[in-house]
Ligand binder design. Structure first.
Ligand SMILES: Nc1ncnc2c1ncn2[C@@H]1O[C@H](COP(=O)(O)OP(=O)(O)OP(=O)(O)O)[C@@H](O)[C@H]1O
Ligand SMILES: [Mg+2]
Length: 246
């Protein structure tokens, strides 16, 4: 295995587990009620992503892509159907089990970044490690390596309001990878980046996740970005319009 910032830092936190999480959706529907209106965000969606696979998700605005990621992360619950992570139906998990699983095993790049405004760039990037109670002296060198890697070595102490959209996006990507999750859910992770920086970030994402066998589900509007996946699905009105494997 090539020694990367991720493998190095995994050794330094004494974590040994490598491998991805298997994700399965069985006839999952999600309706939102807004006043008297009902919106069908997902409609009997069945998907299987094997451990270590990289699934790209495309589809027009409003087709259900972010809803899909939120449900897989357990941030929201399906109206019908069930989602299985490593074979376990998440409906059967207690809330605190799901929270812990999410914190330790899932890396989420949110469409709107969701950085914490009162934390600096390096603290935002280190958030999963901070939440795990890791001391600054341990996480700081790792975060420093990462920030250099994504071209933000001079932005450690900046707060989100002092960063550009693309810089926030890169911090959000580091935050999703730094704790070596087994599942990365990324909602348009390159949407705010120029094509060269976007390619660099995808390269890093692919390298790290392939190295560690991480499962990735990535939403994108860009067919060139979707080509990074092992498989591609296109959603329309919460259903699969098209699917392709490579
Ligand atoms: N909390 C909510 N309450 C009501 N309706 C919602 C809610 N969240 C999403 N929706 C609706 O569900 C549908 C799917 O939304 P979703 O955010 O999953 O779309 P998307 O494919 O991610 O779109 P985009 O490409 O614009 O990000 C949309 O019609 C949206 O208006
Ligand atoms: Mg979305």
């Amino acid at each position: 295995m090539v020694e990367t910032a991720a493998t190095k830092s995994r050794e330094s936190v004494g974590e040994t587990q490598i491998g991805g999480c298997e994700v399965r959706l069985d006839q999952v529907s999600k309706q939102y009620t807004q006043g008297k209106e009902q919106v069908v965000a997902l409609d009997k969606l069945s998907i299987e992503v094997k451990a270590g696979e990289f699934l790209a998700v495309m589809g027009a605005s409003g087709s259900g892509k972010s809803t899909l990621l939120n449900l897989v992360a357990g941030l929201d619950k399906p109206s019908q159907g069930d989602i299985f992570l490593d074979g376990r139906a998440i409906s059967s998990w207690k809330d605190n089990q799901l929270t812990l699983f999410r914190r330790r095993k899932i890396g989420f790049v949110f469409q709107l970044f969701n950085l914490i405004p009162t934390l600096s760039a390096e603290e935002n990037a280190a958030l999963p490690l901070l939440m795990a109670g890791q001391h600054r002296s341990i996480w700081q060198p790792q975060v420093s390596d990462w920030l250099k890697r994504v071209g933000l070595e001079s932005r450690h102490k900046h707060y989100p309001a002092e960063l550009s959209g693309g810089q926030m996006q890169r911090i959000a990507i580091v935050r999703a990878l730094i704790h070596h999750p087994s599942l990365v859910l990324a909602d348009e992770p390159t949407g705010n980046l120029d094509s060269k920086t976007g390619d660099q970030m995808l390269f890093i994402l692919k390298e790290i996740t392939e190295d560690l066998g991480v499962t990735v589900i990535m939403v994108t509007h860009d067919p060139m970005v979707a080509a990074y996946g092992h498989a591609l699905i296109t959603l329309k009105d919460g259903r699969i319009l098209d699917s392709a494997a490579r």
